[in-house]
Design a binder for this molecule. Structure first.
Ligand code: NAI
Ligand code: MG
Length: 497
């Protein structure tokens, strides 16, 4: 471990907090106190105790942030050369890498994930800025052939001020996933992180500013969904809203945006299947399905939260999976166990309620099924990795997103039945397929209704791969070159000559 990390971790366990954490909004290039003067505590899920406080923003602060973004759009950012935008984003990627250990530790404390998971998130955030830095000066239009008497071409213009509403499961990398393409396309931004995990987005705003981003181009304001999120998405100066979170809130965001004819990208929930066929590499598939659901304590929109398995290998597969799940350690994220904490007490209660209800009606809990604690301190918000076997297709454990380390197992008698089960939920975010038969795999990939399909490796892909959902999982795509689409609009110019 680096000396920086060692010192910070020592400081945290000795004092219960870290020095120099951000506590105010970042608006128009500076730290800015909330109009109301109120603050919100943020908790370390690994202990269950508050360790910092941030501004409780409201409509007045939103107005200020949007005005700064609007002014920056018209007066500065529009005039900056594409190559210069590219250089700023490249420097931001370097800034993230330089500060990686502190960022990862702050993320780990605010969210509860393991330090290694937080390090991975910080790496992918840096990679997002690097990737979109490379795109900033390549956003070209077309020339349209209308014959000798006309010249016709398209420009790709930035849409303007963009709003970003971020959830608590991947605070830093989700912020980067929206900001990097928006800034690359020449848009300005106002970002509101989740109230449970506000710190890393504030640190990101500071890094972008240090990388040379002009004042007002990226503003971050903290606060609750009702007090800060709602006025932001309803602001008529906002030209596009990128939202990641629950289906219910996504629908509210879309309704608020509709009043202003503002476009939205909605990245919502999932109940994604891992479809395991009898001819798979069993050992590799067990390990992959395990991490498909238990990574980030299962708090992943695209988690493989359903296992759909062919009957002939069902018994052996579930037995091996349960053995591995029982070996996984829980603990405070900074101690780098296998599985970190659940980000909020509210979310822990939600997970527990699902599992308690399942137990009451006699569902077979193969492993786990209860809350946990950090083994050294006896504190914190944890849930054991849990496998629930043999569920019917309409069971609520199959139909509803739990958003925790809970795997629902469904047994299929054929590949055809596996496909029917895979598609039989209201969601369509991701799917995993495990088989040695590439034809079967590609046919399933064709027929499964999901925004992304992984074959023989769950979460395969990178920042280059477009990501988004179908059905209740939302619409629009982030990451990859497609991720720029929401932030650009085309203008055609046609001249008679
Ligand atoms: P949420 O969808 O309410 O919160 C996500 C973000 O939206 C937060 O920044 C929140 O402050 C903001 N927000 C809330 N109400 C708003 C409004 N009216 N206008 C604008 N912004 C608003 O999610 P919540 O309540 O934290 O979690 C509930 C469930 O949502 C979880 O149990 C899980 O099933 C799902 N979820 C899905 C995520 C995903 O990645 N797709 C991420 C987080 C939660
Ligand atoms: Mg927190």
């Amino acid at each position: 471990m680096s000396r920086v990390a060692e010192a910070l971790i020592g400081e945290y366990f000795a004092s219960g907090t870290l020095a120099q954490l951000p506590s105010r909004h970042f608006i128009n290039g500076q730290w800015c106190s909330p109009a109301s003067g109120r603050q919100l505590e943020t908790f370390d899920p690994g202990t269950g105790r508050a360790f910092a406080a941030v501004a409780a923003g409201d409509a007045e602060d939103v107005e200020l942030a949007v005005a700064a973004a609007d002014k920056a759009m018209n007066e500065t950012w529009r005039k900056v050369l594409p190559v210069e935008r590219s250089r700023i984003l490249q420097r931001a990627a370097e800034g993230i890498r330089t500060n990686a250990e502190r960022l990862a530790i702050v993320e780990c404390l605010d969210n509860g994930k393991t330090l290694d998971e937080a390090r991975g998130d910080v790496r992918s955030a840096a990679r997002l800025f690097e990737y979109y830095a490379g795109a900033a000066d390549k956003l070209q239009g077309d020339s349209i052939p209308l014959g000798p008497d006309y010249v016709s071409f398209t420009h790709l213009e930035p849409v303007g001020v963009t709003a970003h509403i971020i959830p608590w499961n991947y605070p830093f990398s989700t912020a980067a996933r929206g900001l990097a393409p928006a800034l690359a396309a020449g848009c300005t931004a106002v970002l509101k992180p989740a109230e449970q995990t506000p710190l890393s987005a504030l640190l990101l705003a500071e890094i972008l500013h240090q990388a040379g981003l002009p004042a007002g181009v990226c503003n971050v304001l903290t606060g609750t969904g009702a007090e800060a999120g709602a006025p932001l998405v309803a602001n008529p100066k906002v030209c596009h809203v990128t939202f990641t979170g629950s289906v219910g809130t996504g629908s509210l965001v879309m309704q608020a945006a509709a009043r202003n004819i503002t476009s939205v990208t909605l990245e919502l929930g999932g109940k994604s299947p891992a479809v395991v066929l009898a001819d798979c590499d069993l050992e590799a598939a067990v390990e992959d399905v395990l991490w498909g659901i238990f990574s980030n304590a299962g708090q992943i929109c695209s988690a493989g939260s359903r296992l759909i398995i062919e009957r002939s290998i069902h018994g052996e597969f579930v037995e091996r999976l349960a053995l591995r799940a029982a070996q996984l350690t829980l603990g405070h994220g900074l101690k780098n166990p296998h599985i970190g904490a659940i980000t909020s007490l509210e979310q822990l209660n939600k997970i527990s309620a699902y599992v308690d209800e399942a137990k009451k009606r006699g569902v077979n809990v193969v492993v786990g099924g209860a809350r946990g604690v950090d083994p050294q301190s006896g504190e914190g918000w944890f849930f054991q990795p849990t496998v629930l076997d043999n569920l019917g297709p309409m069971d609520r454990l199959v139909q509803e997103e739990i958003f925790g380390p809970v795997l629902a197992v469904q047994v299929a008698d054929s590949v055809e039945e596996a496909l029917l089960l895979a598609n039989a939920t209201p969601f369509g975010l991701a799917a995993g397929i495990y088989t040695r038969d590439i034809t079967k795999a590609l046919r399933l990939a064709r027929d499964i209704d999901a925004g992304q399909v992984y074959i023989n490796e769950y979460f395969a892909g990178g920042v280059e791969t477009p990501f988004g959902g179908n059905k209740l999982s939302g619409f629009g795509r982030e990451k990859g070159l497609e991720g720029l689409g929401s932030y650009c609009r085309s203008k055609s110019v046609t001249a008679r000559i």
